[in-house]
Design a protein around this ligand. Structure first.
Ligand SMILES: Cc1cc2nc3c(=O)[nH]c(=O)nc-3n(C[C@H](O)[C@H](O)[C@H](O)COP(=O)(O)OP(=O)(O)OC[C@H]3O[C@@H](n4cnc5c(N)ncnc54)[C@H](O)[C@@H]3O)c2cc1C
Length: 803
């Protein structure tokens, strides 16, 4: 072992080994992986080894598909047998809602290029897995690329393939501590010190401690998990084909063949955390005793699903631990505020996600950004609030217990809730507000007409549909009040603010007293932000955006910081209300301490509103006249009271974000995580119309110009109108041409309550993107006719917001 490397990867489980392999493959050879015991001596050795593509999050499904395709290549490259059994796999639906969900996901998979799936009747499923009873099964999805691997063999194969490509790894070396230097890290190990530029935390069960070595509290915790392996089952032994990997979602179990028996794994509703501060250092390859009291119910369901198990003995019990983040997705990428410290942990399913995690991290380290949109696994999707132990316990526990439980888009889950609330929260609750959550903050969804109104969970339109319709009417015809604490606000100061902002934004900066859309790009010319820039005219700028991106944007700002500029996240200090609607201007005039009649679209100024000092901008994502009124946290209650009193004669109505999302799609205004993501470019998303091509330089300019001079993007943004039904599109639904070819997919959808149409925004091949083109789209699995329409079906000339 040398005393200096470019990268030290800490942990020789499946994830560390995959990171090492991908770094070496992509050209960084001066890398070493250190393992305190033997390879795969954390969670990795006792995993069930199952691999499958299904994941409710399409980005994670794509990552899993990459890993599955990679596994045979690793075997070939390393010469190490990984015991890959590509049996194919079944996912069962045991309730009508689940069957609806599975059909919907079958279509979404087509959008993201997973095309080896088919939907089966219970009888067809039973033929493929004859030891299964299909009692209660309504349908199933089959996927060709599912099966299982030998876990230790797979870790060894990744490591051996990495070594063949020039990387190094060493066993029996423990990292004891980490020390940051001006140009990297000193890694203190049981066999001496190593100097390096980058460290990667791939310490699995010990990720928490390896985080703490650098002063980082990662939101991760181990939980225990059971599976059993049976003795030989005659029906299995006598079968001339292998049983497929089978997931019974309503039964909370997964099953695969193991020799002539089967392995049945259980996602226990009665979950149990273990070693929340990280596994003990002397924990080795031991397991916990099985805890039958926690799995009785699931086990009974498992026996009913696979009756043959009841007639044979149980050969082995495994009760082991593996790690989870609050939303169950990995924590990957550069840790904010710790230059050269990379996270590759909380990988719940290392064998099916580890390949994709390794690839993503290696691209990030080498190229500065991953090739695909890594948001759903980015370590910076969480903020400081997620360091809280109770938050971690509640959310990871909730995720674990609900791993196989059906989730609905309009469902509000209880873990980690009521943490941060806007000051007017209680008053709004009394007024009927129903809350959702963004990051750590409670955000208003809509205002229910009565205390006993109960929103029903559904994949389709819910019974809150008409309430949202009324709120949209207030926005379009009267005056509405929306709590906008759930926006992010950054303050930029310093004499070189303008120079710095000009660098990081591809758009023109606003003049004093004006606001402007700020498009931010990465170095490769892909989107990094759809923000609003506000110039308060006194040398201070604000950047406003989505609240849940606070840590993510701040990491980027800090990474690009120069010229002595200072940036401050105001998210815990400033909140506010949006006053929206054709009557909003006259309501504002009543309470503003100066004449605001001339406040035009995109103007911004500091204003006294009643007794509240505020920062006001005349902007609204609804496409209506609207004012975003920002105030200090302490003034929030008063501001609400003042505005409600002033608007009383106009029947002012409080509204939530559901109404805002409906009105914005009627304007074809894109939003982050739907139309705008990190893997899309300005030309794809029509953001290129805002770029200031004359500017001397900005991040991403060269790539942007290359795109402009090229052949054009493969897909472009369009608005579509879908024949009405009982559900609206939500995202990733495939779009088909009349000839039956898949030509694109939905980026977001909603019902436009003003235009009374089911609308969606979509990315479509340019050749099929002309207005009037008829297409079909699958919404919740059902084929619906649709057509491409002129953008902004409501007020296409943009008159309403400028009046
Ligand atoms: C019962 C069970 C069944 C499972 N079934 C599946 C399945 O079917 N499919 C699937 O994909 N996943 C499954 N998993 C999950 C899977 O095991 C994990 O996702 C995976 O092992 C995580 O790998 P890792 O490399 O992140 O962590 P680990 O495997 O925990 O590896 C971390 C490594 O880091 C080393 N290390 C830690 N600290 C240091 C240090 N300071 N210095 C040096 N070395 C250090 C450890 O010794 C360890 O070897 C299962 C897990 C369990 C418990």
């Amino acid at each position: 072992m040398k005393s200096q490397y470019r990268v030290v990867v800490i942990g020789g489980g499946v994830v560390g080994s995959s990171v090492l392999y991908h770094l070496a493959k992509m050209g960084w050879k001066d890398v070493v992986m250190l393992e305190r015991r033997r390879l795969a001596s954390g969670s990795s050795w006792h995993a069930a080894g199952g691999v499958h593509t299904l994941n409710a999050d399409p980005n994670m499904a794509a990552l899993q598909a990459y890993t599955i395709d990679l596994l045979p290549k690793i075997e070939k490259e390393s010469g190490q047998n990984i015991g890959f059994h590509m049996t194919g796999g079944l996912t069962l639906a045991g309730t009508p809602e689940r069957w609806e969900w599975l059909q919907s996901n079958y279509r979404i998979f087509q959008s993201i290029g997973i095309s080896d799936c088919e939907l089966l009747t219970p009888e067809e499923a039973q033929k493929r897995c004859p030891i299964m009873s299909v009692d209660g099964v309504l349908g199933a999805m089959w996927a060709d690329r599912e099966g299982y691997i030998d876990t230790t063999g797979t870790v060894q194969a990744y490591a051996a393939a990495a070594r063949k490509r020039g990387a190094e790894y060493y066993e029996d070396i423990k990292v004891d501590s980490l020390h940051q230097t001006s140009d990297g890290w000193i890694v203190k190990t049981t066999k001496g010190d190593i100097k390096c530029e980058h460290v990667v935390n791939a310490a699995g069960l010990w990720a928490k401690q390896v985080g703490r070595m650098a002063g980082i509290e990662l939101p991760v915790s181990p939980l225990k998990h059971h599976y059993l392996v049976t003795d030989s089952i005659p029906e299995v032994a006598n079968s001339d084909f292998e049983m497929p990997m089978t997931v019974d979602l309503e039964g909370f179990t997964y099953m695969r063949q193991d020799q002539n028996g089967v392995l049945v794994g259980i996602y226990e509703i009665d979950h149990e955390h273990w070693a929340m501060d990280g596994a003990p250092w002397d924990y080795g390859e031991e397991l916990f005793k099985e805890q039958l009291h926690r799995i009785e119910n699931e086990l009974m369901l498992g026996f009913q699903r696979y009756p043959a198990i009841e007639n044979v003995g149980i050969k082995t019990w495994v009760n082991g631990a593996f790690t989870f983040s609050p939303d169950g997705n990995p924590l990957v990428g550069p840790v904010p505020g710790k230059r050269g410290y990379w996270s590759a942990c909380a990988v719940m399913a290392g064998f099916l996600q580890g390949g994709g995690v390794g690839k993503t991290l290696a691209e990030w380290m080498i190229d500065g950004e991953p090739e695909t949109d890594a948001w759903s696994m980015d370590v910076a999707r969480y903020g400081e609030y997620a360091e809280n132990k109770r938050y971690i316990r509640e959310t990871t526990g909730q995720f674990y217990s609900r791993r196989f439980v059906m989730s609905y888009p309009n469902e509000q889950l209880p873990a980690g809730r009521q943490m941060k609330m806007a000051p007017a929260h209680d008053a709004m609750t009394q007024a009927g507000c129903r809350w959702g959550v963004s990051w750590d903050l409670e955000v208003p969804l809509y205002f229910a007409p009565s205390d006993d109104f109960e929103e029903k969970l559904t994949l389709k339109r819910s019974n809150a549909h008409e309430i949202v319709a009324e709120e949209c009417r207030a926005i379009r015809e009267g005056v509405a009040l929306l709590d906008i604490t759930g926006f992010s606000r950054f303050e930029v100061t310093g004499e070189n603010s303008q120079a710095w902002l000009n660098q990081i934004f591809a758009t023109k900066l606003p003049a004093p007293g004006r606001a402007r859309l700020g498009v931010m790009l990465s170095f490769s010319g892909r989107l990094k932000g759809d923000l609003t820039l506000l110039n308060w005219g006194d040398g201070t700028y604000w950047i406003m955006g989505s609240y849940y991106l606070r840590a993510w944007h701040m990491r980027w700002f800090n990474e690009q910081m120069k010229y002595g500029v200072s940036i401050r996240d105001l998210g815990d200090e400033i909140c506010g209300f949006a006053l929206i609607g054709p009557k909003s201007h006259s309501v504002l005039e009543k309470v503003a301490e100066e004449d605001v009649s001339n406040l035009s679209f995109m103007d911004c100024k500091r204003l006294d509103i009643g007794l509240v000092r505020s920062n006001v901008a005349r902007i609204s994502v609804t496409g209506e006249t609207g004012f975003e009124i920002n105030c200090k946290m302490g003034d929030h209650v008063a501001l609400r009271r003042i505005l409600l009193e002033a608007g009383a004669d106009e029947d002012i109505r409080e509204v939530g974000f559901n109404a805002m999302l409906s009105t914005r799609i009627e304007k074809s205004f894109g939003i982050w995580s739907a139309e705008f993501t990190q893997d899309r470019t300005p030309a794809m998303t029509a953001m290129d119309r805002w770029i200031d091509w004359e500017k001397t330089d900005f991040i991403g300019k060269a790539a942007c110009i290359a795109e402009r001079n090229g052949n054009g993007p493969e897909k472009i943004q369009v608005t579509i109108e879908i024949e009405d039904g009982d559900a609206d599109a939500s995202g990733y639904e495939p779009i088909w041409s009349e000839a039956g070819d898949m030509i694109g997919y939905v980026t977001s959808g909603a019902f436009g309550h003003t235009v009374k149409k089911s609308l969606a925004m979509a990315l479509i091949e340019p050749a099929s993107a002309s207005v009037g083109t008829h297409v079909t789209v699958h919404v919740v699995g059902v084929e619906r006719r649709a057509k491409i329409i002129t953008p902004s079906p409501y007020d296409p000339q943009g008159v309403a917001m400028r009046i």
